[in-house]
Ligand binder design. Sequence first.
Ligand code: MD6
Ligand code: FE
Length: 218
Amino acid sequence: MNMDLFQQDNPQQVDVLALGPGSSFLCGFLLPDAGAILAEVSQVTAQSPLRHLSTPGGQKMSVAMSNCGTLGWVSDHAGYRYQAEDPLTGKPWPVMPALLLERAQQAAHLAGYQHFQPNVCLINRYGIGARMGLHQDRDEQNLTAPIVSFSLGIPATFIWGGLQRTAKSRRFLLKHGDAVVWGGPDRLRFHGVAPVKADEHALTGPVRINITFRQTGP
Ligand code: MD6
Ligand code: FE
């Protein structure tokens, strides 16, 4: 029986589409509070500004990043890692706003993950033309926890691959308000974002914001 059919479990009656055995697409999940979420993101980035990190190979990333939570994801010549201080400010990352945490846990719950306790919230800002190459998310110590991903602003084409880099990939559009939850057998799928096409959104202008929630520990 699909419990999501009951109003009390899914009061928004959001469509939950299976993308794979451990992953769900929640179409329009964030639409009721997109403005409030973007305001929280602005509060975070006022304290820990968005910046273009360098890859270990020395390339500047086209996506600008920041974090909130007890740890943040960073990249530099020394590699990819999570750390408790923002290297730009030398201070701890801003606290994860309650609304972001609550909505991430609701999304995980709707997708069948009941005990998601994210401690990291990675904020990605895409301008026109920004992209993210095919990668796996494997810097988290806890690979049994899912990742919850929120998309706001202008749309982007998500590239959804397989467990091997060379596996055939599918593409789908991530639009303003969409959430994706993935874990279980899909947790280590390769994925990326195609160069963002010129567009404007009333709430963000010519920008896409992606927020991913991760649980790095037990
Ligand atoms: C993005 N997302 O949507 C990039 N990674 O801009 C990711 O790289 C990602 O959405 C792991 C899990 C979910 C994601
Ligand atoms: Fe990723």
